[in-house]
Every structure is written in structure tokens, then in C-alpha cells.
Design a protein. Structure first.
Length: 88
């Protein structure tokens, strides 16, 4: 059962890597921006720095950037393996 799920996830993630990894990465960056906006509004209004909100924002942004980098790397590797990029 777990082998079937693994093979399905593997085939889904390698066919459209920009959509599979890139879109969630962009969405997470948007969520991180919303958290940071809330933290900045709170600081602007009260002068209080909410480390919880800032840490959530930074953590979510890091995961988003990792997903975007993963999508670019997997896309490039697939293109190389298929011969889509020529080394001149």
C-alpha cells in the first residue's frame, strides 16, 4: 500500500514540478506576507513586537522559498534528462 502511494506521489511531483512545488511555494510566501503585515501593523499601532507572528512569518517564508527552489531544480533536472537543455 505505501509503495503505491509513494509511486503515485513521485510521478505526480515529477511531471509538472513547477505546479506541484512552485504554486504552494508562492501561496506560502503570500501567507508569510500576510503574517508579516499583521506584525507590522501591530508594531505600528502599539509599539509591541510579536515574536510569535514574526517567527511564523519567517518560518513559512523559508518553507515557501525552499519549495520554489525545489521546483526550479527539479524542472531543470527533468529538462536535462530529457535533453531539453543543450550544453553549448
Amino acid at each position: 500500500m505505501t509503495v503505491d502511494v509513494y509511486s503515485v506521489l513521485q510521478s505526480i511531483s515529477f511531471r509538472p514540478p513547477l505546479a506541484f512545488y512552485g504554486l504552494p511555494g508562492i501561496a506560502l510566501l503570500g501567507v508569510a506576507a500576510l503574517f508579516m503585515k499583521n506584525a507590522l501593523n501591530l508594531f505600528s499601532d502599539t509599539g509591541f513586537v510579536s515574536t510569535n507572528i514574526v517567527l511564523k512569518s519567517v518560518g513559512i517564508a523559508v518553507v515557501g522559498v525552499i519549495l520554489l527552489a525545489t521546483s526550479a531544480i527539479v524542472y531543470t533536472l527533468i529538462a536535462l534528462l530529457k535533453g531539453g537543455i543543450n550544453n553549448s
